[in-house]
Write a protein that binds this ligand. Sequence first.
Ligand code: FDP
Length: 341
Amino acid sequence: MDHEADAYRTDLMTITRFVLNEQSKYPESRGDFTILLSHIVLGCKFVCTAVNKAGLAKLIGLAGETNVQGEEQKKLDVLSNEVFVKALVSSGRTCILVSEEDEEATFVERSKRGRYCVVFDPLDGSSNIDCGVSIGTIFGIYMVKDDHDPTLDDVLQPGKHMLAAGYCMYGSSCTLVLSTGEGVNGFTLDPSLGEFILTHPDIKIPKKGKIYSVNEGNAKNWDAPTAKYVEKCKFPKDGSSPKSLRYIGSMVADVHRTLLYGGIFLYPADKKSPNGKLRVLYEVFPMSFLMEQAGGQAFTGKQRALELIPKKIHERSPIFLGSYDDVEEIKALYAAEVKGE
Ligand code: FDP
C-alpha cells in the first residue's frame, strides 16, 4: 500500500460529491437539497466536536448551571438543538422544523423560507452522554406542499412520504448514514480533512440476523406476541441457535449495529406505555425509512411503520425493525393474535 500517495488522495467520494452526483441525475434540480444537506452535515460536525470534548469542556451538566466564568452552561442536548435549528434556518431551504427538544414546531420566517420540512432529534440517547456511550442525531426530510402557506399537516405525513432520512452517530468514529430514497450509504468523518467520506456504500441489511435488541427489563409488561417472540429468540424450537442479546439503550447505536450486522431492534408497547417510547416523526420514521431502503422491514405491531399517519408532532409508536425475515416472524405472531390463535 502506498501510504504517501494515500495521504494526498483528493479523489475521495465525499458526501458533498456524492449528493452532487445524485443531484445530476435530476436535470430540473436547483441544488436546494444539496444545500440543505450541507447544512445538516455542518450541524453534525459541530455536535460531533462538542460531544468529543464534552468531558473536557464541562459541557455535561444541568442546563442552567454556571461555569467558572459565570456563564450559563448548556447541556449537550440543548446546545445540539440550537446548533441544528440555526444551521437549518440559515440554509434558507427550510420551512417547518420539528425537534425533539421543542414542544412546538418552528415555522421559518418568510424571508428565510425554503421548501423542505425537517424533523429531527438533535441528540438521541442523551441518558448515555455522561458515560461516553455512542449517541446520535436522527433526521427526516419532507417537502412542503405550498411554501406560501405551510401548515402542520406538511409534517403530519406518513413516513413513506419522506424524501430522505438519516442519522449521524457520535461514537468511536463519527458516522453519517443517509438515504435519499435510492438505497443507504454510510460516510465516516475524516477529522483531519473535516469531510465525511463514503466508507459504507449501498448498505444492505442481512436477510436474517443473529441478534435481538430490546430493553428486557420491561418484559413483565409486554403483550403476548412480543413476549412469545423474545422467548423464541432465546429458546428456538426449530433447532436453530438462540439469538444473542445486544442492547445499548441508545437508538442510533442499536439501529446502526442492526443495519450492519442484521437482527431485530424492538421497542414494543407495554402495559405502562401502550404506545411504546419512541417518537414517530424523528425516531421511528427515519429509522424505518433506512431499514426499508436497506432491504429490511419496520412494523408497529399493527402495520407497516412508514404507513402510520401521525396526529401529533411528538406522537409515539411501538416499533420492530431490522432484518426482513426477523420482522416477518414478529408480524406473524401479531397476525395470529388478531385471529385469536
Ligand atoms: P434516551 O432515553 O437515552 O434519550 O428515545 C430516547 C432513547 O434514549 C433511545 O435512544 C433509546 O433507544 C431508548 O430511549 C432507550 O430507552 P430505555 O432506557 O427505556 O430502554
